[in-house]
Design a protein around this ligand. Structure first.
Ligand code: ATP
Ligand code: MG
Length: 351
């Protein structure tokens, strides 16, 4: 595998503020690579250092194997789609897309050809003369993306490009972005604080918190095998149980034993378990489930594809259960007594 972008122990300080703290990761050629984390965790700063708009305080960045220290943004094989798009409002669509090519003095007939190709790529042929103010949010988004792609960068950097769009349009654009990436084969580094977006689009995800990398993995690894309390909770939410390990189970005060898969954690210390809301089944009677507990529904939210319940367990902990609406007989009401359960393999040991 060829590495396109590599960060080695990169730190960025603004005076006392450590925006990015000893970050290292490698992005392979052609990957859809996401930086995911809450607001202020250092995503934009990381992207700006890759593009050359910011300089690392410590550490080094390599693109296509070459160190980027002292290489200005316009000499890097990268292009950045900004958080706020930054299209030129007084120019039409054609001139917006052609802007970078004109700076590079690409011949006019070549510009014509490449802008046309780009508009076809995002399925907006014939939009050349439109003003930016005459475009919908999703159309602006597409123009901003091809304005960066038209320069044929080796690496396209996208900073929350779907931020201002409504949910339906975001979902459409996610599919669109994946298609564009497949067609052009460019490496994408994509910044988002939206775990759903990152899971859907990425080959690889770096989860960041407070300037640090907390986990790197495929969407499935990040979701199914979180290595820390932060990742377990940040990616899709979860339920935590804490207790002492004895004989293949974790004894939780006031609740009882939760059996877990046998593994390396056989020391009798306190263990933290994470059980994802959609791994928990709910019903009046449960069969063939490793762990079953009594509970009482305190809230229910019908959401079309699924129903989310808050269930109070006998140890007074409140858990979240997401039940698919498929095959559901009815919605359990508030105050109703139910059983909740999950299988051994769905209780992940965090610490
Ligand atoms: N020019 C600056 N001067 C001082 N502090 C800064 C500067 N730029 C960013 N920071 C701080 O660095 C941290 C990381 O900022 P950054 O913009 O990288 O976060 P982010 O993950 O992109 O957040 P968001 O999701 O809100 O866009 C924040 O605490 C921010 O306040
Ligand atoms: Mg940001």
């Amino acid at each position: 595998m060829k590495i396109d972008v590599e960060l080695k122990n990169v730190t960025k300080k603004y005076g006392e503020i450590v925006a990015v703290d000893d970050v290292s990761f490698a992005v392979e050629r052609g990957q859809f690579f996401s930086l995911l984390g809450p607001s202020g965790c250092g995503k934009t700063t990381t992207l700006r250092m890759i593009s050359g708009f910011e300089t690392p305080t410590e550490g080094e960045i390599f693109i296509e194997g070459k160190p980027m220290t002292n290489v200005p943004p316009f000499k890097r094989p990268t292009n950045l789609v900004f958080q706020n798009l930054a299209l030129f409002p007084h120019m039409n669509v054609f001139d917006n897309i052609a802007f970078g090519l004109r700076i590079k003095k690409v011949p006019e007939n070549e510009i014509q050809k490449r802008v046309k190709e780009m508009l076809e790529l995002v399925r907006l042929p014939g939009y050349e003369k439109r003003k930016i103010s005459q475009l919908s949010g999703g159309e602006k988004q597409r123009i901003a993306i091809v304005r960066a792609l038209v320069n044929r960068p080796a690496v396209l950097l996208l900073d929350e490009p779907l931020g201002p769009l409504d949910l339906k349009l975001r979902e459409e654009m996610i599919v669109e972005l994946k298609r564009i990436k497949r067609e052009v084969g460019t490496t994408f580094i994509y910044v988002t604080h939206d775990q759903g977006e990152a899971l859907t689009m990425s080959d690889k995800i770096v989860v960041m918190n407070k300037g640090k990398v907390v986990q790197i993995g495929t969407p499935m690894e990040i979701y199914e095998k979180p290595k820390s309390k932060f990742v377990a909770d940040f990616i899709g939410g979860t339920n935590f149980f804490e207790g002492k390990y004895t004989d293949g189970a974790v004894e939780v005060d006031g609740l009882g034993k939760i059996s877990i898969e046998s593994g390396a954690h056989v020391s009798k210390k306190t263990l933290l378990l994470s059980v994802k809301p959609e791994k928990i089944c709910i019903g009046k009677k449960l069969k063939k489930v490793d762990n079953i507990f009594d509970g009482k529904v305190t809230e229910s939210f019908y959401q079309g594809r699924a129903i989310t319940y808050k269930v109070l367990l006998e140890n007074d902990s409140l858990i979240t259960v997401v039940a698919p609406s498929y095959g559901m007989e009815r919605v359990f009401g508030i105050g109703e007594k139910v059983k909740v359960g999950w299988n051994k393999e769905d209780a992940r040991v965090i610490t």
